[in-house]
Design a protein around this ligand. Structure first.
Ligand code: HEM
Length: 485
């Protein structure tokens, strides 16, 4: 009895220390668990972490209303207050999943049309930003601008990219989501509605974004309705249109509710997509450019690849450029965006093979960071080896082959292949935007690598800090100097 207050205080301190000691706690528990599921407690959140093939398969096969990505994301992002009152369903597919097909099929197969357009536009934007800043642009601003311009075209054709009010709000919005959601998560639940509503009002960018996209969605719905009466309007090839089309094809076997989506519902989906698509791509690019500055021996072969016929083939399909792909993949391995992957919230109790039980209200995830640096899988796991993910044939064809390390596997898997590669999540729920994301990252990096020499000041600066289960990248100071051809 005497010990109880002390032990309870100690347990509470341990839980809170998860906020800033996450990486070392997860690594130590992963090492000690030897493949078994293990538990980590944070304030108000118990996590079960699983890492074996079988347990990850269990997680993937769990019914959607038992382990839910949507419910986990709703707690993390608080869309009710950060995304103009969006209250997405906890169960995926309740009113259809038009976005998955849009990204995985339509957008992916349209890359050959989109990439040449975004290259021309991004080349101009990049040149202007470098000139205006005399070679010292904020690299974070550069990536945000180029990625926003690319998404705008892919999501809304040319309809919003020249609307500066929309573009400014869309950039502001992605920071506000994090600034609002994270503090809200620290508050007791009963205070969240009041504070969330108040803070949401003080951040008008979500409303600007919502209003602009909603107006466009309504135009598209009206055009569709007119077309059904034989009045032909313009044709659109972008995510907004594909999502609308998909929601008109919902059937009872693909969704519980099959009514076509309203302009509001489509808009909510598009602004949530905007957040996810911006944040992950810009953060990844931020790390890749730092790795390029730190490992300049890779610049020459990357330039040769980008200036070869391989570039044209890449632009026609969105696939290829194996050296650049390997470099990005290695940067993702060394700098994952999250400490953990494949987050799910248990809506009902769940039992893994072997008997480990998870209660409703607890979280399940994979220990992403330790898995990406596990010496049982990766040779010299803490070494950056930019070409470890290419085939021996490609590596041997390089002029200074001896400069680079060894390959990881004779038949390397493409960056978008999710087998034993958790950075895009897991199985059926894995990121459907990964084909588009990897293509656009290659294009943006290609523009920088071919036209500029990059150098980083403060090479010893911390590249990120962790907060709970996420890594937050710091902004490096990078100079871009026009390359002498
Ligand atoms: C480097 C960039 C990106 C990374 C690392 C990334 C990573 C992820 C991860 C880890 C998940 C969760 C999957 C799971 O838990 O199993 C996810 C989901 C998702 N991502 Fe990405 N993503 C990226 C870019 C994008 C882009 C550009 C788009 C859209 C164009 C996108 C659209 C989505 C969507 C819609 C989901 C939710 C899938 C669902 O609900 O089933 N992502 N992504």
């Amino acid at each position: 009895v005497i010990h109880y207050p002390y032990l309870s205080l100690r347990r509470s301190v341990e839980k809170w220390s998860f906020y800033w000691k996450g990486p070392s706690l997860i690594q130590a528990s992963y090492d000690a668990a030897h493949g078994k599921p293990f538990i980590l407690d944070a304030p108000g959140r118990r996590h079960t972490l699983v890492s074996t093939k079988q347990h990850i398969k269990d997680l993937d096969n769990a019914p959607k209303d038992v382990l839910s990505l949507q419910a986990a994301a709703k707690i993390m992002l608080q869309p009710k207050y950060t995304m103009h009152s969006f209250n997405w369903p906890d169960k995926k597919g309740l009113d259809g999943a038009p976005l998955t097909r849009t990204l995985r099929a339509f957008l992916r197969h349209d890359l050959g049309r989109i990439l040449p357009k975004t290259r021309v536009r991004n080349e101009i934007l990049l040149r202007n930003m470098v000139e205006e800043s005399q070679g010292r642009p904020s690299i974070s601003h550069v990536f945000h601008t180029l990625v926003a311009s690319t998404h705008s075209l892919a999501f809304f054709s040319d309809d919003l990219v020249n609307d500066t009010e929309f573009m400014d709000a869309a950039l502001d919005f992605i920071f506000r989501v994090i600034y609002i959601a994270e503090p809200l998560n620290l508050l007791p639940e009963f205070l969240q509605p009041m504070i969330g509503t108040l803070v949401g009002w003080m951040c008008p960018s979500q409303k600007v974004m919502f209003d602009k996209v909603r107006a466009l969605a309504q135009i598209r719905l009206d055009e569709r309705e007119q077309a059904s009466r034989g009045i032909k309007g313009p044709e659109h090839r972008d995510c907004l249109q594909w999502v609308i089309e998909q929601t008109h094809k919902l059937r009872p076997w693909s969704a519980d509710k099959v009514d076509p989506w309203s302009a509001e519902r489509v808009t909510h989906e598009m602004i949530a997509l905007w957040f996810g698509a911006m944040h992950s791509v810009t953060s990844t690019l931020n790390y890749v450019i730092q790795d390029l500055c730190l490992h300049s021996e890779y610049v020459t072969p990357l330039r040769m690849e980008l200036e070869s016929a391989a570039f044209k083939a890449f632009e026609a399909t969105g696939e290829g450029l194996p050296l650049l792909e390997s470099f990005i993949k290695e940067s993702q391995r060394m700098n994952p965006l999250d400490l953990v992957g494949t987050r799910r919230l248990a809506l009902k109790p769940f039992t893994f093979s072997g008997g480990h039980q998870v209660n409703a209200g607890e979280w399940v995830c994979t220990p992403l960071t330790p898995m990406l640096k596990d010496s049982a899988k990766w040779a010299q796991p803490n070494e950056f080896n930019g070409f470890r993910h290419v085939s021996s044939e490609i590596l041997d064809s390089l002029k200074d082959r001896h400069v680079y390390g060894s390959i990881q596997a004779e038949r390397p898997l493409p960056i978008t292949d999710i087998r034993e590669w958790q950075t895009w999540g897991t199985g059926k729920m894995a990121c459907p935007g990964r084909f588009y994301a990897s293509a656009m990252m290659k294009q943006i990096l290609g523009l920088i690598i071919t036209d500029y020499d990059c150098t980083m000041e403060n090479v010893n600066q911390n590249r990120n800090f962790s907060w709970r289960t996420v890594y937050i990248p710091t902004t490096p100071c990078i100079t871009l100097k026009q390359r002498a051809h």
